[in-house]
Design a protein around this ligand. Sequence first.
Ligand SMILES: Cc1cc2nc3c(=O)[nH]c(=O)nc-3n(C[C@H](O)[C@H](O)[C@H](O)COP(=O)(O)OP(=O)(O)OC[C@H]3O[C@@H](n4cnc5c(N)ncnc54)[C@H](O)[C@@H]3O)c2cc1C
Length: 497
Amino acid sequence: MNEQVVKRVVIAGGGTAGWVAAAALVKQLGPLIDITLVESDEIGTVGVGESTIPTSRSFHELLGINEQAFMRATQATFKLGIAFENWGQIGDRYIHSFGEIGTRSTWMADFHHFWLEAREQGFGGSLADYCFELQASEAGKFAKAEGLPINYAYHLDATLYARFLRGLAEPAGVKRVEGKIARVLQHPETGFITALVLESGVNIEGDLFLDCTGFRALLIEKTLQTGYEDWTRYLATNSAFAVQTRSVGPAIPLTRAIAHEAGWRWRIPLQHRVGNGIVFCSEFMSDEDARAKLLNDIDGDPLIEPRLIRYQTGARRKVWNKNCVALGLASGFIEPLESTSIHLVKVAVTRLIQEFPFGGCHEAIANRFNDQSRHEIEGIRDFITLHYHLTQRDDSPFWDRCRTMEIPDSLAQRMALFRDDAHAYQDGNDLFRVDSWVQVLLGQGLAPTSYHRLAKMMDPDELRTALGTLKANIDKGVARMPSHQEFLAQYCPAGDP
Ligand SMILES: Cc1cc2nc3c(=O)[nH]c(=O)nc-3n(C[C@H](O)[C@H](O)[C@H](O)COP(=O)(O)OP(=O)(O)OC[C@H]3O[C@@H](n4cnc5c(N)ncnc54)[C@H](O)[C@@H]3O)c2cc1C
């Protein structure tokens, strides 16, 4: 690959991916590189992406972001997990919480094995009883205090978030250029990108180009023709309508994911409004029906016309190709069921900073980056596929297809391990923890046939007391917390946007 040192970084696109990259690069490497970001107000951004996962917090720490200022600026609320409704069967509901379930500090087997033993003996209640964050979210409560460990993420306004990050990046030295990219110039021999040519005729030259142009993928695909691996066979939805509504009640610290006959719909409560959307598979539901269903099922008055977004689930064959690194929607897309897309942008940017190609875009560094990115997105693909495949729903052709489809071997192995022995695991770089897998596997209705017998070595009374104490402490802690809405009002009141 190219020996040219990398000094000039050009970011094409100013959606969440572009501004996340700009803010992080300038914060961490500012004096070492020049950063220019090109965006087009006329094209705009995808305008969705409002539910996050807890890794956002560590990323914000990296950027030195003050949480209260960020939450005020983006009308953010706290998120403790996702409530899945109608997924295993119509009428079912479970929560995938960000919290730890039970305790595992002294036990050799994961907590849920002890719970399964208790259930065998006729007590133990629901696994959900042993998760503090889950119980707090059910009660609509939230608090942050010294000595109160609580794992959470945010719901935020996507447009305001990009604006907030821009407010950090520009004063720190990122140069923003407004304009439409008309052409991309390449080196005649190496094929490396040398410049973006704007419609105005301005040339923006660079050494490293970040493709943050969203689904258009102007650099990584339209120019470099990198290729895309389609995963529609596992994740069949390909369309969404998004609409914002006026809030009609207090914000709950949960994203709601409500399954319907050909996909699902989301509800994301912010301070000033609610984000709603319907995700569907166009093979099984028409645009008109999806739009009507969304408008019929929302609670408050719509603030905008529903917007249709089409997508193809899958991953770019390489996210780093020559001197171009694709981030965000340009790099691939797994539908938003577990709110993982912005997370993927953040880990990719963090990795880019850690592995920054100061000495040139060499093959080894690109290969490593591509391998790591592939591992991450495949792990997420498997986890999301689990929600669709592990269902008893047989009320529509869509669910019949999901239930009977072929799944990746990696996922089939995980399901077999849980079904046979109640084991779940988190490999080295896996995003989802054991507790996440357990909550979704059980929540979708997979009852293990066996489990670890370590719990049998515990005296039944001791087990009963231990579980009872855990639950009582959680209940006591939750009872003392203010409501989520009260906490927001004193912690980060946003006022008018
Ligand atoms: C239905 C749906 C729901 C989602 N929900 C979530 C969620 O809850 N949580 C989550 O983490 N993620 C979610 N995502 C993903 C999330 O929206 C994206 O990962 C995130 O917004 C990043 O988008 P982006 O910046 O890559 O693209 P975009 O927002 O599309 O930005 C592209 C940028 O490129 C610019 N551009 C494009 N072409 C040109 C050109 N020719 N010249 C100049 N500029 C150009 C545009 O103007 C824009 O600034 C969702 C996605 C979809 C489709």
